[in-house]
Write a protein of this length. Structure first.
Length: 671
């Protein structure tokens, strides 16, 4: 599922569900047949350490054993589409560390020194709580309030934590670090401010957030990820401020408001338990989303990955911006190269007019609401009305299990040498985008949801409208950015990430959507996070190690004379495991691949004619047979029994002796 507009994030969960349902019905019908399937044999157990560092929390209120019990102890990694296990079992161990009072104070002062304040009016707080005469109302509410928000630079916070890592025990050698902060000394949205706002009093609320400013590499629009309550991903750490917010993006309350509106007194015994449960939920979210995530599609391991992009322009002739400005293939290749250091990455782009394909142009026109004679009216608060090209008829026409027209546009090869990813990009006129007529949205305005892109395993479909390409001219809040817009590069990288197996980082908890990853929605970054790179390279290493071990075991069972080749492959696998345990997943994968490519059958260096082989076998077999026969004959000849009691005689001092009678027996002398 592709990058949707930031202000439509409430559709994320439904979009993911739709993708799973739709693509689950697609994969069995993909016709190329050379994709690497999910692992069918072998199994691995992987140990990962999770270090939780508390900032601003009193050590006495943290119940570490209760946190252990609440946190995931293990997790089976899944391929969500088509819904199978990878046969990798993650086991987690937890360690806890605390900023002392001095380090906490230093960190707070560091934040205060970079804080930027901004005053706003009529801020919306979505999905919160409001006391009414009939009880507690949990519907969407809006507080008409003044706000004075404070923003802290997210990158600088992550850098400070990483640079000071030795002051709180360092980062784990085989795992990840999660920072959980409670910083009430910073400007925060307090319970008193909340109560005043509920009563309708004039009040200025003072929340704080973490922000990051980004620029579209294609068309130059500046994008602000302003309302974040956490950040991480450039290192193996993630930071969450539980006192920040509330944010319209994740629709979660800061801890002080969460306790207040639920009537929880954190000075009581239950309050302490509630606090630990609240904290444990954030730990679980980070573990499931970032540290040990699932895959969206089966992995495909190849020597070369080729991204074939076809851009189809549906605008009037001569429209601006020029088509070649909307996509940067070198940036796509660069970022994918960082994710796939073991392979060659090739990116090809073709720019065409949609009019060159009249059948497809007619289909698209017939997939719009306007073509069906539907006229939609929107309330004033709807910022971006969804004029939709319905996705499913378009995909049906393209897919091999449907109309089979994808082969008219792309030649796709998928094997161990090359894995092709076809990407079809549409530049639609006016404000049209591809979208979903999913039943969950029928109660929404228009009954549809527009997308920027969707990954369907056999093809990526992406669209931007003229509105998107010139978005700076239509900015509703803040100064206009005339001549600026959003191009396709970020969306292409995101969707190709899905095709390679990567998932969204907010699948199990929206908090992890604030991460330095192109796979997230809210921060408009182009890079894959450290978590993304770890996930893909670790999973590929798991796959190759398992498959190679299975192959070795099968060969060894069939041929016990593998000799030195068996020893060499085992040595390489052990080296791969050692690198893996140090989280050097790229190097571990390279070593595992080297092991997998070693021939296991015993090698003969001299060719011997079959006659001599037969003669050799006859002589050896005859000699062995003669020796055995002679040995049996001699043993039988030298066995004697007592003529008086029948007991077996022993040889002592060169004579026969009966142990039962206790005397020497006169039988023929020993030779």
């Amino acid at each position: 599922m592709g990058a949707m507009k930031g202000y439509k994030l409430f559709h994320q969960v439904f979009s993911t569900i739709f993708l799973i349902l739709l693509a689950a019905s697609i994969i069995p019908h993909v016709g190329w047949g050379s994709e690497t399937s999910a692992y069918m044999e072998g199994r691995r157990e992987v140990q990962l350490q999770v270090k939780v560092v508390f900032i601003g929390f009193n050590r006495s209120v943290i119940d570490e054993k209760y946190l252990d019990w609440n946190g995931p102890q293990y997790k089976y990694q899944s391929v969500l589409i088509p819904g199978v296990l990878t046969n990798v079992l993650y086991r987690f161990s937890y360690a806890y560390e605390y900023f002392d009072e001095g380090l906490t104070s230093e960190f707070v002062n560091y934040l205060a020194g970079m804080g930027v304040e901004e005053a706003r009016r009529n801020l919306m707080w979505n999905l919160t709580y409001r006391y009414t005469e009939t009880g507690l109302n949990v519907n969407y509410t809006q507080f008409q309030v003044d706000s004075l928000s404070t923003f802290y630079d997210a990158d600088r916070v992550e850098d400070w934590l990483y640079e000071n890592r030795d002051r709180f025990g360092g980062l784990p050698e085989n795992g990840y670090t999660l920072f959980l902060a409670y910083l009430p000394s910073l400007p925060s949205f307090t319970p008193d401010q909340y109560d005043a706002a509920v009563r309708g009093d004039h009040v200025t609320v003072t929340p704080h957030y973490y922000n990051k400013s980004l620029v579209d590499v294609d068309l130059g629009l500046r994008v602000y990820a302003r309302w974040m309550t956490g950040w991480g991903g450039r290192h193996r750490l993630y930071y969450i401020d539980l006192s920040a917010g509330p944010s319209m993006v994740d629709q979660q309350l800061p801890i002080q408001l969460a306790a207040h509106v639920n009537g929880v007194d954190m000075s009581t015994a239950y309050g302490v338990r509630w606090l630990n449960q609240y904290v444990a939920d954030y730990v679980s979210g980070a573990v499931y989303n970032l540290f040990a995530p699932d895959l969206v599609y089966p992995l495909n391991l190849a020597e070369k990955y080729r991204v074939d992009i076809l851009v189809l322009d549906n605008r009037s002739k001569g429209s601006e911006p020029a088509l070649n400005r909307t996509l940067n293939p070198e940036k796509v290749r660069e970022e994918l190269g960082k994710l796939l250091p073991f392979a060659e990455v090739e990116v090809e782009v073709r720019f065409k007019s949609l009019r060159e394909y009249p059948e497809l142009e007619t289909l698209i026109r017939n997939c719009t609401l306007q073509a069906r004679g539907v006229t939609l009216t929107y309330p004033p608060e709807v910022y971006y009305p969804p004029n939709i090209v319905d996705l499913r008829p378009l995909y049906h026409w393209l897919s091999e299990s449907g109309g089979g027209h994808l082969k008219d546009f792309f030649t796709v090869v998928r094997n161990g040498e090359r894995f092709d990813i076809p990407v079809m990009v549409f530049v639609f006129e006016r404000d049209f985008n591809i979208g979903l007529s999913q039943k969950e949205w029928l109660a929404q305005v228009g009954g549809v949801c527009d997308l920027w892109g969707i990954s369907l395993y056999d093809v990526v479909l992406i669209s931007h409208s003229e509105f998107d390409l010139t978005l700076g001219d239509h900015v509703k809040y803040g100064p206009k950015q005339e001549g600026k817009g959003l191009g396709f590069t970020q969306t292409v990288i995101h969707e190709v990430g899905h095709m390679l197996g990567l998932n969204h980082p907010f699948l199990y908890d929206p908090t992890e959507g604030y991460v330095a990853s192109v796979m997230a929605y809210y921060p408009y970054v182009y890079e894959f996070s450290q978590f993304d790179r770890d996930t893909l390279l670790r999973s590929l290493a798991d796959k190759v190690i398992m498959e190679t071990k299975v192959k070795v075991a099968e060969e060894a069972a069939e041929n016990p004379l593998l000799g030195s080749t068996y020893v060499e492959v085992t040595r390489l696998l052990n080296q791969a495991e050692a690198l893996y345990d140090e989280m050097k997943y790229g190097e571990a994968l390279a070593k595992a691949l080297e092991a997998s490519h070693r021939p296991l059958a015993p090698q003969r260096t001299v060719s011997i004619p079959s006659f001599f082989l037969s003669l050799y076998a006859f002589l050896i077999g005859g000699g062995v047979g003669f020796t055995v026969a002679y040995y049996v004959y001699v043993r039988r000849r030298e066995t004697r029994y007592c003529p008086d009691c029948g007991a077996k005689l022993r040889v002592q001092l060169g004579r026969w002796y009966c142990p039962r009678c206790g005397g020497w027996k006169e039988i023929e002398a020993l030779g």
